[in-house]
Design a protein around this ligand. Structure first.
Ligand SMILES: *Cc1c(COP(=O)(O)O)cnc(C)c1O
Length: 437
């Protein structure tokens, strides 16, 4: 048989569908309403190449394009968090409440973000969030929302101490993860670090000896991801407030008021009452909102931060503002529900999962995580399964991420929405099936 003449009439390559015809093919447009043109074009060109190389028939090009299209418009995939770690930084920290998700969707189009619908004039950006924060905090407190906790500290230190000294305890020079260190962040503002005390003990006299004409601010950082135990001491905010310098307190995890279940976790109300000029925090840790940073403090000072040129570079978008406002105004955020889930209920759910999939029920402590409450354990339960299931569960749909400990995979339902328990069971059964096949 002679090979087909590439220029002849019967060359199969002539039957490869043209790009324009494929792009407008109803089957393809129906299969990809959420995909961008470049994703579709890429799939089309790849399928046409396969046909040109003779690896697929020209008639199969359309089916090949559809099979190769990415399943969704974002590479970020939802995960069922079966680790028992509530604020899991690698899994996107706080999951938003239904209220917050609805608010994000409502704000996604045009909105009255900076527009007063009554007067038709320019309005205040994020007024709803600021009002909700002011209501939750001591009277006279103003608030500013920025990109994250690090940005909040950056803006506070820049405004108060750029070109001057920041006095900070050696016990509070914290690395927050992924190699990022708060002392480096503070130095990047042009402030000079004035370290006082020792790793385990710092007293008021240490601060007092360092505070002087060069001091821009005293910064107190909550060492949120580790604990120094034993022979240690730190200085309370109320005592720092007696020094002749403004005090910035980075509380980290964003509790607005004391939580009796987290007695060692600092909160904004207490720090402000104790005399902190500024409090900075993350919004997506224990507060349970979207990624954002809060700067809270006395009105005049917060106004100074708001007018700093850097504030514009650190500001958040309308989706964040919408999610944060809904988080502040709604009931308990998912992180709070998960953190406080009754042990009996967790045991019941884990036991149901164990009987569905054949795993072993065992006790398992959850964690607050995300650089919060490092000493606190959350008593709960898990289902122990063979560790070989970890990979198929992670890469399945939905992705289920558990905790691998020794040679076991532990699935803890604490941070799984209860309505997804069946989805976890189905995922395990299908991973077991695939393993047997
Ligand atoms: C988490 C944390 C930060 C950083 O906050 P991000 O929102 O991650 O930028 C800073 N300081 C403390 C004490 C923290 O716990």
């Amino acid at each position: 048989m002679t090979p087909p003449d590439p220029h002849g009439q019967d060359d199969p390559r002539r039957r490869i569908p043209r790009t324009d015809d494929l792009l407008t093919h109803p089957t393809l447009t129906a299969a990809s309403p959420h995909l961008g043109r470049s994703d579709i074009l890429q799939a089309i060109h790849a399928a046409q190449d396969l046909a040109r190389q003779g690896q697929i028939a020209p008639e199969d090009v359309l089916a090949q394009v559809i099979a190769a299209l990415p399943g969704s418009s974002s590479a970020q995939r939802p995960v069922l968090n079966a680790t028992g770690v509530v604020v899991h930084t690698n899994l996107g920290r706080a999951p938003l409440s239904h209220h917050a998700i609805e608010a994000v969707v409502r704000a996604a189009g045009y909105s009255d973000l900076e527009f007063d619908l009554q007067t038709g004039q320019r309005g205040t950006r994020g007024e709803g969030v600021l009002a909700a924060l002011r209501r939750a905090l001591p009277e006279g407190t103003d608030a500013l929302v920025v990109n994250n906790g690090a940005a909040a500290l950056l803006l506070a230190v820049t405004t108060l101490a750029a070109g001057r000294e920041v006095v900070v305890s050696r016990g509070e020079l914290v690395e927050i993860g992924d190699g990022f260190r708060l002392p480096d962040l503070m130095v990047s503002t042009g402030a000079r670090l004035r370290e006082v005390g020792t790793t385990n003990r710092t007293g008021l006299a240490d601060y007092a000896a360092a505070v002087g004409a060069e001091t821009g601010a005293v910064v107190k950082i909550h060492p949120s991801n580790f604990r120094i135990e034993g022979f240690s001491s730190e200085v309370a905010v109320a005592d720092l407030a007696t020094l002749d310098a403004p005090v910035i307190v980075d509380i980290g995890s964003g509790l607005l008021a004391p939580d009796p279940q987290l007695p060692d976790e600092p909160d904004a109300t207490s720090a402000l009452r104790a005399g902190a000029q500024l409090v900075t925090a993350s919004a997506d840790k224990l507060l349970g909102g979207p990624q954002a940073g809060l700067v809270l403090g006395e009105t005049g000072l917060v106004q100074r931060l708001r007018r700093h040129p850097l504030a514009r570079a650190l500001r958040v978008d309308k989706l964040t503002l919408a999610a944060l406002e809904a988080t502040l105004r709604g009931g308990p955020a998912p992180v709070t529900t998960y953190r406080t889930a009754p042990e009996g209920q967790l045991q019941h759910r884990a036991s149901a999962l164990a009987s569905q999939v054949g795993g072993r029920l065992r006790r398992h402590d959850g964690l607050v995580g995300g650089g919060g409450a490092p000493g606190v354990v959350l008593p709960g339960w898990a289902v122990a399964l063979p560790a070989e299931l970890a990979l198929p569960l992670r890469t399945g749909d939905p992705a289920v991420v558990g905790r691998v400990e020794a040679d076991e995979l532990l699935l803890d339902l604490r941070c799984v929405p209860e309505e997804s328990d069946d989805a976890v069971a189905a995922a395990v059964l299908s991973a077991l099936d695939a393993g047997r096949a």
